[in-house]
Design a protein around this ligand. Sequence first.
Ligand SMILES: Cc1cc2nc3c(=O)[nH]c(=O)nc-3n(C[C@H](O)[C@H](O)[C@H](O)COP(=O)(O)OP(=O)(O)OC[C@H]3O[C@@H](n4cnc5c(N)ncnc54)[C@H](O)[C@@H]3O)c2cc1C
Length: 388
Amino acid sequence: MASISLTLTDEQRALKAGVAEICKRYPGEYWRELDARREYPEAFVSELTKAGYLAALIPAEFGGAGLPIADGALILETIHANGGNAAACHAQMYIMGTVLRHGGEAQKRKYLPKIATGELRLQAFGVTEPDSGSDTTKLQTTAVRTGDRYVVNGRKIFISRALQSDLMLLLARTTPVDRIARRTDGLSVFLVDIRGLKGLEIRPLRMMMNHSTNALFFDDMEIPADSLVGEEGRGFSYILDGMNAERVLVASESVGDGRWFTERAVAYSGQRVVFGKPIGVNQGVQFPIAKAHMAVDAAALMRDKAAALFDAGEPCGAEANMAKYLAAEAAWEAANACIDCHGGYGFAEEYDVERKFRECRLYKTAPVNNNLVLAYVGEHVLGMPRSY
Ligand SMILES: Cc1cc2nc3c(=O)[nH]c(=O)nc-3n(C[C@H](O)[C@H](O)[C@H](O)COP(=O)(O)OP(=O)(O)OC[C@H]3O[C@@H](n4cnc5c(N)ncnc54)[C@H](O)[C@@H]3O)c2cc1C
């Protein structure tokens, strides 16, 4: 039976303290400077990897810590609550689950131990395309089997960390649409070693926040046939299998953001004096912060429930989706309360509020937009008609 613990265990407290200790060495200035230059937080990610935190969810037999998702969630939440941005490295935690659940034994033995030590990075996840977007089954990138290889053609958009990653999990069409029975058939997942790969062009995109995001172009890109994960044609269901983990982990980053914003808002509004008193005594300043705090705490509870169900191997689609939605909205509410109470200073880079404001906004849109989460809840939880 799944159950939620309302307090952290001693091990979890130590885990949180260890991550927070690393975060202290990477203060606001570090993230701010990288943000201005749109550079990858190489030093932070390396230190986190060396300490084993990015291998938290890899089973011990493959060199990881074999921790439950609740602990992966705690790691990511802690990074965000300390002003950092785990988006630089979070994908590894959730995409390696696809390899773990559906990859062949040889694939797991070849890659997972190296991912655990940091010798290889699996940080790139190639799903979104310019012409399909949220409607994943309409993706047009093809992978055609020729002998012992697949030849990949097409393009992807908004693929993060492709330049910082050695490996990419790629979703492509292996059976043409006119030869499939269901729209979810005919897609396959590949674990691709993208280092120096011919036929792959990676074009960085300058985004609102520092996210190392790119457009990818595949022009007769040849990959070994054994890059295929699991069975050909079943890729869409494999990706869906990983969605609950992704939702729980991303929700945790939003919860961390929400905590960072409320903490900053409380501190600033207690110290900023206007009209002879701290601004925090005004209900117009205090109440939005109090409301955001309640929203963040409630989202954290839903996240905990989703994680507990996930770790117990019970269905958790509803909770994982609700946690992702509630946490992204709560972080955004907290971001607005925080920027509002900072007045003009909220827009000054040196306060980090505007940076976190830009960063946290992403999670209302990606990895899945909140409208589609509402559609999921309407259809799958409440039994209402499919809206799309
Ligand atoms: C910084 C960043 C990093 C990203 N990293 C990656 C990555 O590493 N890998 C990857 O594969 N993708 C990545 N993405 C892509 C991201 O997952 C998509 O942008 C997201 O899923 C939304 O898809 P879209 O942009 O095509 O929007 P669309 O699907 O075109 O949707 C546009 C808008 O229409 C609304 N909408 C669409 N359909 C419906 C509907 N049925 N009902 C109600 N509203 C609807 C949505 O709310 C949305 O706001 C990234 C995106 C960003 C911005």
